[in-house]
Ligand binder design. Structure first.
Ligand code: NAD
Ligand code: UDP
Ligand code: UDP
Length: 332
């Protein structure tokens, strides 16, 4: 890659599900990629295939501590994303979002780097507006079991906007909606990984509530296109941008599709709905379309097939022992 276009890019949380795909894409584009991760939920397996690339570097580091490196761009993805993981040590989750954001913004300020924040549809909470547009302020419980994640990410957005207003930083905020695909941790407790593992093992599919709650699932390759599109957009206003696939399905429907495409004999088992579980979620992605012409291209069946293939391979390679965990339920 020409020296003029080749960038030094830091990816925090680079050994996680989304981070590893992002590192891979940036390495393939010829950039110098520094992956920083404390391996809280990510694994070396996710980035093992990149370790021999001369333009890839791995550093074990916790973003709640300062980091002094010289880079041109920062993608800040470090944070557990699955409810089971982020509720495991909620204080650390808030620290990661808030202290992590402060440190990465301080770094961006010092080296004059452009910085991207992996925010989330959870900033809308149990949304009262549907579908969700970026100007909706959300409906978040500030003291519940999901708040460490929701409020941590909301505070990080505040910090990003204030570093822009106060220090003139070039920022990008992505509000990411549910994303799935290869390299999701088989035991991370999220719905796609749980249902896949259960279906492939012929175990009961654990539907929380009556399964009528909805989500809109985006395939990982489409999401990585969006990350890079947003980072490179000429628009420097800094406002948040929804990224996700607007195709909305109920949990009952996705369970049925996974059972069907894996040829599983699993039956459904109803479990209590977790506290504050959002009822409906669907992004309005007009802003992303306008800003960088992005449109998700992978259909749900196609994406789920690729994901099932990955989980099958993981099981064959010995991940069978990892059993799906669950968030503690209350019938809300
Ligand atoms: P993941 O858990 O697979 O990846 C998170 C990575 O961050 C892991 O590698 C983990 O080890 C690392 N990490 C956690 N705390 C850290 C710390 N203090 N210091 C350094 N590294 C740390 O999750 P993911 O699905 O890849 O999510 C990546 C980002 O995208 C997260 O910020 C998440 O909030 C956001 N996001 C993801 C989704 C989704 O559906 N996947 C949806 C909304 C937002
Ligand atoms: N920081 C960092 N790397 C840097 C520069 C700063 O990790 O290259 C951290 C630093 O520890 C500080 C935080 O970023 O706590 C915020 O930095 P900023 O300069 O905005 O604030 P200040 O240092 O004045 O608190
Ligand atoms: N869910 C479920 N069974 C499971 C795991 C999750 O029915 O084994 C439901 C969960 O209650 C939620 C949806 O699936 O309504 C998505 O959950 P996930 O944890 O993947 O992500 P969220 O969007 O809630 O952060």
């Amino acid at each position: 890659m020409k020296e003029l276009t080749r960038k030094r890019i830091l990816v925090t949380g680079g050994a996680g599900f989304l981070g590893s795909h992002l590192c891979e894409r940036l390495v393939m584009q010829g950039h110098d990629v520094l992956c920083v991760d404390n391996f809280y939920t990510g694994t070396k397996d996710n980035i093992a295939h990149l370790l021999d690339c001369p333009n890839f570097e791995l550093m074990r580091h916790d973003v709640t501590f300062p980091l002094y490196v010289e880079v041109d761009e920062i993608y800040n993805l470090a944070c557990p994303a699955s409810p089971v993981h982020y509720q495991h040590d909620p204080v650390q989750t808030t620290k990661t979002s808030v202290h992590g954001a402060i440190n990465m913004l301080g770094l961006a300020k010092r080296v004059k780097a452009k910085i991207f924040q992996a925010s989330t549809s959870e900033v809308y909470g149990d949304a009262l507006v549907h579908p969700q547009k970026e100007d909706y302020w959300g409906h978040v419980n500030p003291i519940g079991p999901r708040s460490c994640y929701d409020e941590g990410k909301r505070c990080a957005e505040t910090l990003f906007m204030d570093y822009r207003r106060q220090h003139g930083l070039s920022i990008r905020i992505a509000r990411i909606f549910n994303t799935y695909g290869p390299r999701m941790h088989p035991a991370d407790g999220r719905v796609v990984s749980n249902f896949m593992m259960q279906a492939l093992h012929g175990e009961p599919i654990t539907l929380y509530g009556d399964g009528s709650q909805t989500r809109s699932f985006c395939y990982v390759d489409d999401m990585i296109d969006a990350f890079i599109g947003l980072m490179n957009t000429a628009d420097d206003s800094g406002g948040p941008v929804n990224l996700g696939n607007p195709h909305e399905v109920s949990m009952l429907e996705i369970a049925g599709r996974i059972v069907q495409l894996t040829g599983s004999s699993s039956r459904f088992e109803l479990r209590p709905l977790p506290t504050d579980d959002p009822w409906h979620r669907r992004p309005d992605i007009s802003r992303a379309r306008e800003l960088f012409g992005w449109e998700p291209r992978t259909g749900l069946d196609e994406g789920l097939k690729a994901t099932a293939q990955y989980f099958r391979a993981r099981i064959e390679a010995g991940a069978a022992a990892a059993r799906p965990p669950h968030v503690s339920g209350t019938t809300a």
